[in-house]
Design a protein around this ligand. Structure first.
Ligand SMILES: [Zn+2]
Length: 143
């Protein structure tokens, strides 16, 4: 889930490649401009350890919403699609079961990949030179 936007370097005006805008994404919030090599702060990506409690709760709520939207709805559409192809009558109960089943699978996948992303993020933050670089750029690290 993301839209592409174009960003300019605040130091030299160089048009950066379009960054994928993932809301509440986890990742390094600092990139280097390919033209002037100065650091650019990103406002849409940050490390898990740099998020405050509200951002963390927001992140989890968005994740739950996404799994319901794509998992549950996806399961129901899948069921409806198959019923069209194989020409059987749509049964609401079976559609619900199919939706729940895909939702559970999708949620498990999400929890697994989110756990991996957070672990990788915490791993990056445990590097003291990386922390120093972030602090110099004005990021506040509480832990
Ligand atoms: Zn630049």
């Amino acid at each position: 889930m993301g839209t592409y936007i174009t960003r300019r370097c605040p130091h030299c005006g160089y048009t950066l490649e379009s960054f994928e805008r993932k809301y509440y994404a986890i990742g390094p919030p600092l990139v280097n401009c390919p033209s002037c090599h100065q650091g650019i702060k990103l406002d849409h990506i940050t490390e898990w350890g740099l998020k405050n409690i509200f951002q963390k709760i927001g992140f989890i709520l968005i994740t739950i919403y996404t799994t319901i939207l794509y998992g549950f709805m996806g399961g129901i559409f899948l069921y409806a699609g198959f019923s069209y192809i194989f020409e059987y009558t749509i049964d609401n109960f079976h559609a619900l079961i199919c939706g729940l089943f895909i939702w559970v699978l999708y949620s498990l996948y999400h929890v697994f990949s989110l756990g991996k992303e957070i672990a990788e993020s915490n791993n990056r933050l445990s590097d003291s030179s990386y922390r120093k670089k972030l602090e110099e750029a004005g990021f506040r690290i509480d832990q």
